[in-house]
Design a protein around this ligand. Structure first.
Ligand SMILES: NC(=O)c1ccc[n+]([C@@H]2O[C@H](COP(=O)([O-])OP(=O)(O)OC[C@H]3O[C@@H](n4cnc5c(N)ncnc54)[C@H](OP(=O)(O)O)[C@@H]3O)[C@@H](O)[C@H]2O)c1
Length: 317
């Protein structure tokens, strides 16, 4: 497949590398960082030249005949919406790692409808993908309900020791801040994991549960006087569900967090409990999920789709 890459940070470059290994072709690449502009994409990837010069001009890149835009520029839907709309208007399918795109119908219904209508009109598919949101705390729990005749509640837990991860991630979860600075960052929307509430909404939607409200709580994990990371919990309450949340997603991302793991429990008939010791590495998994999803996106019906509307994703060598 012919790919255009928009956003060449660690995630965009990792996906490009894997996609090339899978036999796809990158025909254009764009990034706003002036340090990358003008370079051959191969140089940024540490491989032989590919004959693809990185441009800051997204509109020019989108004019290159291609099949899919691999979009890895930002987390907030309202920020990236014009980028996604431009790709759709150019007739491209879109695989994006924008967290809020994973399930925008609950929190951004107007934007979701607009993008869905545009994609249907142009006959292209737009999907938000990644590991979290996109897999461990939503698609995986949804898939684990498939052997159940009844589900009462879904809980998922993810513990990540961020000292083993990139500095950018450590900054996102507040490492090194004072507790006061952390609280200010949360209030201003600069700190916290984006996408947990979207995962809760996605699970409820897939299970056909009407959601009354989704709450989200972000507290610092403190060691000494300093913030080591965050503890974030999203709870989705069903309209008919009383006081108990139907979905509880519990995320710890902190330096030195004990017992990193992913765990999902489907409270139902039968009960299903899965633990992934060590947890799934976020960046590596996101590269693979997007690369593995490309053929499914190409074959998917037009519109804005949540990942669970794609056929079962899997590795295709
Ligand atoms: N769903 C998931 O599980 C998951 C997993 C990992 C990452 N993500 C998300 O995926 C996105 C990419 O991750 P990352 O770690 O690679 O981020 P990053 O290091 O911030 O890289 C993003 C790159 O995109 C560039 N950019 C920003 N706006 C652009 C635009 N309009 N056109 C072209 N390039 C643009 C940035 O340039 P400047 O630096 O000059 O702005 C930067 O080089 C982030 O939003 C991240 O949160 C999601």
């Amino acid at each position: 497949m012919r790919l255009i890459h928009q956003g060449l940070g660690s995630i965009g470059l990792g996906i490009a590398r894997l996609a090339l290994e899978r036999g796809h072709t990158v025909v254009a690449a764009c990034d706003l960082d002036p340090a990358k502009a003008g370079q051959d994409l191969g140089a940024l990837l540490g491989i032989s030249p590919l004959g693809v010069e990185v441009t800051t001009d997204a509109a020019a890149a989108l004019q290159t005949p291609a099949d899919i835009l691999v979009h890895c520029t930002g987390s907030r839907l309202r920020t990236v919406l014009p980028q996604l709309e431009a790709a759709v208007e150019a007739g491209l399918d879109v695989a994006s790692t924008c967290e809020e795109l994973a399930y925008p119908w609950h929190h951004h219904p107007g934007e979701a409808r607009r993008l869905d209508e545009a994609a249907r009109r142009r006959g292209v598919t737009v999907v938000g993908l990644g590991v979290n949101p996109g897999f461990v705390m939503d698609a995986l729990p949804i898939m684990l309900t498939s052997p159940c005749r009844q589900v009462n509640r879904v809980t998922a837990e993810r513990v990540v020791d961020v000292s083993t991860r990139r500095e950018a991630l450590q900054r996102k979860v507040g490492v090194g801040l004072t507790p006061d600075a952390f609280q200010a960052g949360v209030r201003e929307g600069r700190l916290g994991h984006v996408g947990l509430a979207e995962s809760a909404a996605m699970i409820a939607a897939a299970l056909g549960w009407e959601v009354a409200r989704i709450s989200e709580e972000i507290t610092p994990v403190v060691g000494g006087d300093v913030v080591r990371g965050l503890h974030q919990v999203a709870r989705a309450y069903r309209i008919e569900g009383g006081e108990e949340p139907a979905v509880v997603l519990d995320l710890v991302m902190a330096q030195g967090a004990a017992d990193p793991h992913d765990a999902v429990t489907i409270h139902g008939v039968p009960e299903v409990h899965v633990v992934i010791p060590g947890g799934i590495h976020g960046d590596l998994a996101t590269w693979a999920i997007v690369a593995n999803a490309l053929p499914a996106i190409k074959d998917a019906p037009p519109g804005l789709l949540p990942v669970y509307r794609l056929p079962l994703l899997h590795l295709t060598a």
